[in-house]
Design a binder for this molecule. Structure first.
Ligand code: SAH
Length: 247
């Protein structure tokens, strides 16, 4: 059993890298692939950089060069669903590429020739349970003063719809336009649906964890590096530790 774990930025997987043992680094196409043992399981960790192309090439390389049984993405996202707050978790169920538009040749969002608008992830009950377990023990796992810096009080998890595109979303108008087109959307980011497409094409089970870092509004420019480093990467470590103990 070997698991590929992708983040878009190094900070998002910093804590996982700290835990990795027997590390072998493979340098390919400007990326470092860290192969090793994480919480007793064989893994390959890689940060893809931002955007659909960067994450798609990374995923393709990962699948072709390492014999993987599944891929998990972990990272941050902007909220579209008004019920979501900073620190909440979205486990992706359906993913759309919100900037894919080959209309009138294909319906909007449909990926040409794949006959596919949204990508469904595998239904990963172990990951849901691992996340619930993390949230139940949140105060022991995330230092209160760090959570307070980002006003995280009682975070929650939903299974939801993720939109991906090559745009950083930071305006009310843009949020409204996305929600008008895909009303069930919960959060927005720049990689998930591209990775989902590659995994679909190679038939690799894919799961995605997105931690809400901002509300995709004019004030979206929070200290992302700090959030990814001090919050998101600790979430990833705790959730995946639980997950690996179950599978
Ligand atoms: N570090 C940057 C911002 C990172 S945001 C800064 O200092 O300003 C870009 C990354 O976070 C992408 O990997 C994307 O997937 C995710 N992301 C978080 N919030 C987002 C938003 N509002 N719109 C698009 N992507 C977002």
């Amino acid at each position: 059993m070997k698991i590929g774990i992708i983040s878009a930025m190094r900070e998002e997987m910093q804590e996982l890298l700290h835990e990795l043992q027997n590390v072998r680094v493979h340098h390919k196409g400007k990326r470092d692939y860290y192969e090793g043992i994480l919480f007793g399981k064989e893994v390959v960790l890689v940060f893809s950089r931002w955007g659909k192309v960067a994450s798609a090439v990374t995923t393709t390389q990962l699948i072709n060069d390492f014999e993987l049984d599944e891929i998990i993405f972990t990272g941050v996202a902007g909220a579209l669903n008004a019920e979501l707050n900073i620190g909440d978790i979205v486990i992706g169920k359906t993913l759309f590429q919100h900037d894919m538009d080959a209309s009138p040749l294909y319906p909007k969002f449909e990926i040409p020739l794949l006959n596919q608008q949204g990508f469904e992830t595998v239904s990963n009950q172990h990951l849901i349970d691992a996340t619930k377990d993390f949230l139940n023990n949140f105060t022991q796992l995330i230092p209160t003063e760090k959570a307070a810096t980002f006003k995280i009080i009682r975070p929650k998890m939903i299974k939801g719809t993720i939109l991906s595109g090559d745009q950083f979303i930071s305006s009310k108008e843009k949020i409204e336009s996305l929600l008008k087109q895909i009303p069930q959307a919960d959060c927005v980011e720049m990689e998930g649906a591209a990775i989902a497409q590659v995994c679909f094409e190679y038939n690799i089970p894919f799961s995605i964890i997105r931690i809400i870092s901002d509300k995709a509004m004019d004030n979206s420019h929070i200290d992302f590096q700090k959030f990814a480093d001090e919050i998101a990467s600790h979430y990833a470590k705790a959730i995946l530790k639980n997950y690996f103990s179950q599978i």
